[in-house]
Design a protein around this ligand. Structure first.
Ligand code: NAP
Length: 259
């Protein structure tokens, strides 16, 4: 149904685990060359091996990088474009979600969440602009969240603010990128079972699954499928938009609504 991404050059941040690794696998299975970026080199190598085992023909490379550091991001993006012969898809996915109430939160934690979740989107897109221009176009897909843009949760003031702000960034960035035939869109995951998410504990996971009309937590493949669509040629007239992938979680007015 969709044109394959054969040979396209892609970067996925936060690709050593969870949603990012799922997105990287999806892109690799579609024939894209993929740079996997995250801080931990060992975890990146493990993800590389896992993806290669499922997509043996894929061209993959690891790029240890802190997405909140401009020099590292610029180097990572330039290197990816050089090795992969350009750049056409950027998935700015890396993010953290420590849960701390405002009263207990050190202001440094607020700043760190903003840097890793929001500043990182700006840095990655800024670094990619010259490469997209050279390629004659490109696709940016941000991983936002339902938390912040749509919902709220105790302990996630910083996280929710960062994820809502990603969408504000996206809309104005779309205006700047359009003249270079670059689209920028966001996926808003609901509760997706990843290593990081599992850290919230079994009670939280069970409560969340029970609040989803489709009756289950999401998988990384659910998110990757939306990202693949937004990266496709067929999504070329869509920009500054968001796709909620949450099993309907944000819709019920009360638990009775799902009865
Ligand atoms: P995860 O399993 O904890 O994985 C996070 C990834 O980001 C890892 O690869 C991690 O590697 C990387 N990362 C963290 N800090 C980084 C930094 N400073 N520089 C570079 N890479 C960094 O998380 P996830 O659940 O897959 O979440 C991925 C994205 O989806 C996040 O943006 C999150 O907000 C969003 N999201 C997740 C859910 C969910 O239910 N899971 C729901 C809504 C939105 P290193 O630690 O080695 O750097």
């Amino acid at each position: 149904m969709f044109t394959k991404l054969t040979g396209r050059s892609a970067i996925v941040t936060g690709a050593s685990k969870g949603i990012g690794r799922g997105i990287a696998l999806g892109l690799a299975a579609q024939g894209a060359q993929v740079t996997l970026a995250a801080r931990g080199a060992d975890a990146l190598e493990i993800a590389h091996a896992a993806i290669a085992a499922k997509a043996p023909a894929a061209k993959l490379r690891c790029a240890p990088c802190d997405v909140a550091d401009w020099d590292q991001v610029r180097q990572m993006v330039d290197d990816a474009a050089k090795v992969q012969g350009g750049l056409s898809i950027l998935c700015a996915n890396a993010g953290i979600y420590p849960q701390t109430t405002m009263e207990d939160m050190d202001p440094a934690e607020w700043d760190n969440v903003m840097a890793v979740n929001l500043r990182s989107s700006f840095l990655a897109v800024k670094a990619a602009i010259p490469h997209f221009r050279k390629a004659g176009g490109g696709r940016v897909i941000l991983t936002s969240s339902i938390t912040g843009p749509i919902t709220g949760y105790r302990g996630w003031t910083h996280y929710g603010a960062s994820k809502a702000a990603q969408l504000g960034f996206m809309r104005s960035a779309a205006m700047e990128l359009a003249k270079d035939n670059v689209t920028i869109n966001a996926v808003l995951p609901g509760n997706i079972l990843t290593e990081g998410f599992a850290g919230n504990g079994p009670e939280y996971l069970a409560a969340m699954a029970a609040s989803v009309p489709l009756g289950r937590l999401g998988t990384v493949d659910d998110i990757a499928n939306a990202v693949l669509f937004l990266a496709s040629d067929e999504a070329g007239y869509i920009t500054a938009q968001q796709i909620v992938v949450d099993g309907g979680q944000v819709v019920p007015e009360s638990l009775d609504a799902m009865a």
